[in-house]
Write a protein that binds this ligand. Structure first.
Ligand code: OOG
Ligand code: MG
Length: 260
């Protein structure tokens, strides 16, 4: 890499802190590779950890065909989640200081055992203690959000910004994980519906993919991690005074109120 990863990470970090859009990194650094982009992501997370944030898990992105089409990108990616990104279930979320946030319906797992390397679906499932309804609030730091490459999105922590997860989950072995019905409502009106099979074919397979991607960076998934499995549908632009709710049949619901 010609440019030091921390230098690129600082650019995106400043953009986030100042709620300012910036040009995609590959405009100035077209040679940036995917492994280098993950180094930029890690350097950006390290800046947040220096400010006393704590890594609590990861999000998988582009695990559904709908999202890959919307973003015109071809492969799943991961982002890193810190405690500062979690919005309380039923809480309120302010648009102040955000760039162009969107929300999307997901499910999340909490692990109860560490995972590393190439694992089977059964191994991933055994390590997932709970599954929850969850929504991710994305906010790309790039101009216009939409037109960027895989390398750009990975460097930008895969557009991670915030997430909201239900307080109570279910035992993932006790639900039909690939056939959960997800309905996201805005002010009581359904805006997105999908089956959980839209997420990697089966959301627990997002955990399998995450652990493999982490291994490529020399990382493992600690016990107690939150894993967002990826959106089941395209994301919805956030606007002030929206109330957004996700209902997952057999799993429960989670909501967030948006304010200016
Ligand atoms: C990339 C992140 C996608 C998901 O759930 O598919 C994502 C983006 O759309 O900006 O989080
Ligand atoms: Mg997502």
């Amino acid at each position: 890499m010609i440019t030091d990863p921390t230098q690129l990470a600082r650019l995106l970090d400043q953009a986030r802190l100042e709620a300012r859009e910036v040009a995609r990194l590959t405009e100035a650094a077209p040679e940036l590779s995917l492994p280098e982009a993950y180094q930029v992501q890690a350097a950006g997370v390290a800046l947040r950890v220096e400010r006393a944030e704590r890594i609590i898990g990861y999000k998988m992105g582009l695990t559904s065909e709908a999202k890959r089409k919307q973003m015109n990108l071809d492969r799943p990616v991961y982002g890193t989640l810190t405690d500062a990104m979690q919005v309380a279930a039923g809480g309120s979320f302010s648009l102040a200081g955000k760039i162009h946030p969107k929300i999307e319906p997901e499910v999340a797992f909490r692990t109860r055992a560490a995972l590393r390397g190439r694992i089977s679906r059964d191994e991933a499932l055994a390590a997932c203690g709970e599954v929850f309804p969850a929504m991710e609030i994305l906010d790309s730091r790039y101009v216009g959000f939409k037109y960027f490459s895989l390398v750009d999105v990975v460097a930008d922590n895969s557009s991670s910004a915030y997430f909201v997860c239900a307080e109570r989950g279910e035992d993932p072995r006790k639900v039909d994980l690939a056939n959960l019905e997800l309905t996201m409502l805005v002010d009581g009106r359904a805006v997105a519906t999908a089956l959980s099979s839209a997420i990697s074919g089966d959301p627990v397979l997002s955990v399998v993919q995450l652990v493999e991607l982490l291994d490529q960076q020399g990382l493992s998934l600690p016990s107690g991690s939150v894993v967002l499995a990826g959106a089941a549908t395209v994301a919805e632009q956030l606007k002030a005074d929206m109330k957004v709710e996700l209902r997952v049949a057999g799993l429960g619901s989670v909501a967030v109120s948006i304010r200016a």
